[in-house]
Design a protein around this ligand. Structure first.
Ligand SMILES: [Zn+2]
Length: 443
């Protein structure tokens, strides 16, 4: 370089360098509040849907003294950007009417969005979530909780996708005809399959093809590993915590956490006291027999009551039983987030509160309005803005986008038959249902 030019460059860059240095030393690390308010926050599981349908709950006008976890005001206070409304069909109560109840719950979410277009927007994609966020509206998404909702029909699965459902837990606490749950493995009256059946694998394929996230919360460990092998897209656990800290079969072992990381998926931590605190879990478990008998009595008593009374009385009773044990400290919840972040990695953890589906949550976590406390606690534990934004929603967005990409790819392959494996390669003798690939054409 020419000597003079070098000197000129030095003259130009030196003051600039000085300035940069100054701004760097001057710039303060963002506060927890700034980190929280600049994040896109996504919660992947709330059971508020039953309140919408059975209680005729209005998210803009909660009754005085309402102790629910989610309404518009609480969501706003917590800067909640997107909520997955759970479409959960109680399998005993609704036996023979699973699809009926599923559709009624889906409608309840749409009705709420229609009633409050200024506050809530139905969202079906990553692009929709961003759009709602830009408009300062709550993005409302739907996830089915329990594969029994499809009544063993891939056609119903496709219908639910068309209606906007974007994830499905392969099971709820009940095993179905094609997947085992963690909730009834010890029940010898239930027929189990040692994981996922061949039809179950077809369900997973069809979900991949449609662009519906495969959700492994609630499934048995065996179903979990089978689903991971079967899925062509990353999976999610929409509301599951860590078993190494709280020994509940609903929680995930460290090996499962690492498997989700290898799969590129995400584990959304559940806030339920019995899933995040070992002390609480043990005490709660010790009361099981007594509690279940008492709750059954309440259920019987109100079984013919109107849906609102029925919902309210059952909810009240289960909360009263849960309150017999002191709430765990807030720290227990943060420990789980921290654990999943360390074992699975910072790219594989998120939030799946289970709001309005749990009778107890840790001290200080009373509703969506308390979400900023999570950010505060993570800052105190040394997490930086980038990492916290991943936990609050970034990781989930990455996985959802990848599921959308795999769906586009699989649909494109179907349009080019030469790339589709011959059907014979995948068929198996015990499959009664049509194969997903053939059956799926055109939808
Ligand atoms: Zn659940």
């Amino acid at each position: 370089m020419h000597k003079n030019l070098f000197a000129i460059l030095l003259l130009i860059t030196l003051p600039l360098m000085g300035q940069t240095k100054k701004t760097v030393t001057k710039a303060k690390a963002p506060t927890a509040k700034q980190i929280h308010n600049s994040a896109l926050i996504i919660d992947t599981h709330a059971d508020t849907t039953q309140r919408l349908l059975d209680e005729n709950f209005d998210m803009a006008k909660p009754p005085a003294g309402d102790n629910g976890y989610v309404d518009f005001q609480k969501a706003k206070a917590g800067n909640l950007g997107a909520e997955f409304f759970s479409i959960w069909v109680e399998p005993k109560q609704w036996k023979g009417q699973y699809a009926h109840r599923t559709l009624a719950l889906i409608d309840a979410v749409y009705q709420q969005a229609a009633k409050h277009p200024d506050q809530m927007m139905m969202a079906f994609s990553t692009a929709d979530i961003l759009k709602a966020h830009q408009q300062h509206k709550l993005a409302a998404l739907m996830g089915i909780e329990g594969g029994h909702s499809i009544e063993n029909e891939l056609g119903l699965l496709r219908d639910y996708y068309q209606l906007g459902v974007r994830y499905m837990t392969l099971t709820w606490s009940n095993s179905n005809e094609w997947a085992d749950s963690s909730g009834d493995l010890d029940d010898s009256n239930v027929q189990h399959h040692n994981g996922l059946t061949e039809f179950g694998k077809d369900v997973v394929y069809e979900m991949n093809r449609l662009g519906m996230m495969v959700d492994i919360s609630h499934v048995s460990d065996r179903t979990f590993y089978n689903a991971l092998l079967a899925s062509r897209a990353p999976v999610i656990a929409s509301h599951s915590s860590a078993r190494a800290l709280t020994n509940h079969p609903r929680n995930m072992t460290d090996d499962m956490l690492r498997a989700v990381a290898r799969n590129g998926g995400v584990v959304m931590v559940n806030f339920y006291s019995a899933f995040v605190d070992e002390n609480y879990r043990q005490q709660y478990d010790a009361m099981k027999k007594e509690r279940e008998a008492a709750l059954k009595e309440v259920e019987e008593k109100y079984k013919d009551a109107d849906p609102a009374t029925r919902y309210r009385e059952n909810d009240k009773a289960s909360k009263e039983w849960a309150a017999k044990i002191p709430r765990p400290p807030f720290k227990s919840l943060v420990d789980h987030i921290d654990h999943v972040a360390k074992v699975a990695g910072i790219d594989h953890v998120g939030l799946g509160s289970d709001f309005d589906g749990i009778p107890s949550s840790p001290e200080g976590m009373d509703s969506a309005a308390d979400l900023p406390k999570i950010t505060q606690a993570l800052v105190e534990r040394g997490y930086n803005q980038t990492q916290i934004h991943k936990i609050l929603g970034g990781n989930f967005m990455r996985v959802f986008a990848e599921v959308e990409r795999v769906s586009r790819q699989l649909r494109a392959q179907e349009r080019r038959p030469s790339l589709v494996k011959p059907a014979g390669n995948q068929s198996s003798p015990d499959t009664k249902k049509p194969k997903a690939q053939g059956a799926a054409a055109g939808r």
